[in-house]
Design a protein around this ligand. Structure first.
Ligand code: C2E
Ligand code: MG
Ligand code: MG
Ligand code: MG
Length: 277
């Protein structure tokens, strides 16, 4: 009896696993087609300086509009692309498009043009050719290196700190700015900043979400700002969804912010209209 149940159990799990593998393979195939058929686009979320209220930059975010399945969130397909290696091509695509876009802002505006911030995944860092890929994207677009920011998560950097600091050091020597994304979630943050050279940290939106309700989150956010500033590191708050959050972050000396309250991710043309306004 037990043996039969065990067997059924095994078959149940194996079937569920098969389905997961099948879904992944389907997604991989869809993604390959998406890259060929131009179903992928890049949207831009504005980043503002808190002291002046000025738009100072934008984060480039990938979007996939599947012809049958509708829009597929990056949280789903970036993960698959990481595992299949498709992230290499995707990463290059985003870098090229974002640099080309920001080079246009550079040419068209008076005063200091907004920077563009591009997300880099763990695998892109592990491959080791990131400086070459970035150099090519900058050269092709004509974008000055200091107008490009790269966002890496703590976990991506954590994997191999020696390799990471070497690569990031080369990029920083070129003038590219390095930001730590989702900062605070890894909780390795503090000691890390001494070993891995970064120009900025983006406070994860889970802290920002509760900054008005939860005194602990406010204390942590305030501590991150103070600690970063003592190391001459810029602080950006992510996920600002209300005026109250914006006000308290500004009062605590946070440098920059992005979030739905300030502006959703939008097509480049729409962002360009906002830059003029
Ligand atoms: P992330 O880099 O932390 O990007 C911020 C995410 O928060 C974006 O989600 C953005 O739309 C969302 N967001 C912005 N403001 C708010 C807000 O006020 N409230 C809330 N609830 N959310 C807000 P999105 O575009 O779905 O991207 C999710 C993640 O996917 C990104 O997190 C990033 O890790 C990854 N990703 C997106 N594009 C790329 C890419 O081109 N390359 C790589 N490697 N990863 C990417
Ligand atoms: Mg990011
Ligand atoms: Mg983030
Ligand atoms: Mg909390």
């Amino acid at each position: 009896q037990a043996k039969i149940a065990g067997k059924n159990c095994y078959r149940f799990y194996s079937k569920a696993m098969d389905q997961a593998v099948e879904r992944r393979m389907q997604l991989e195939e869809d993604l390959r087609r998406a890259m060929e058929n131009d179903e992928l686009s890049v949207v831009y979320q504005p980043i503002f300086e808190l002291s002046s209220g000025l738009l100072v930059g934008a984060e480039a975010l990938l979007r996939w509009e599947h012809p049958d399945k509708g829009s597929i969130p990056p949280a789903v397909f970036i993960d698959v692309a990481e595992q299949t290696g498709q992230i290499d091509g995707l990463g290059r695509l985003v870098l090229q498009r974002a640099c080309a876009r920001a080079a246009r802002w550079e040419r068209s505006g008076e005063g200091e043009a907004p920077f563009v911030s591009v997300n880099v995944s763990a695998r892109q860092l592990r491959l080791g050719d990131l400086p070459e890929i970035v150099t090519a994207a900058l050269r092709e677009s004509g974008l000055p290196p200091n107008r490009l920011h790269l966002e890496l998560t703590e976990t991506a950097v954590l994997g191999d700190e020696v390799q990471a600091s070497l690569l990031l050091g080369r990029l920083r020597a070129m003038g590219v700015k390095i930001w730590l994304d989702d900062f605070g979630t890894g909780f390795s943050g503090l000691s890390h900043l001494r070993r891995v050279p970064v120009d900025g940290v983006k406070i994860d939106r889970s802290f920002v979400a509760d900054v008005l309700r939860d005194p602990d989150d406010l204390a942590l956010t305030t501590a991150i700002i103070a600690m970063a500033h003592s190391l001459s590191i810029t602080v950006v708050a992510e996920g600002v969804e209300s005026e109250g959050q914006y006000a308290v972050l500004r009062e605590r000396g946070c440098d920059q912010a992005q979030g739905y309250w300030l502006g959703r991710p939008m097509p480049a043309a729409e962002l360009e209209r906002r830059m003029k306004a």
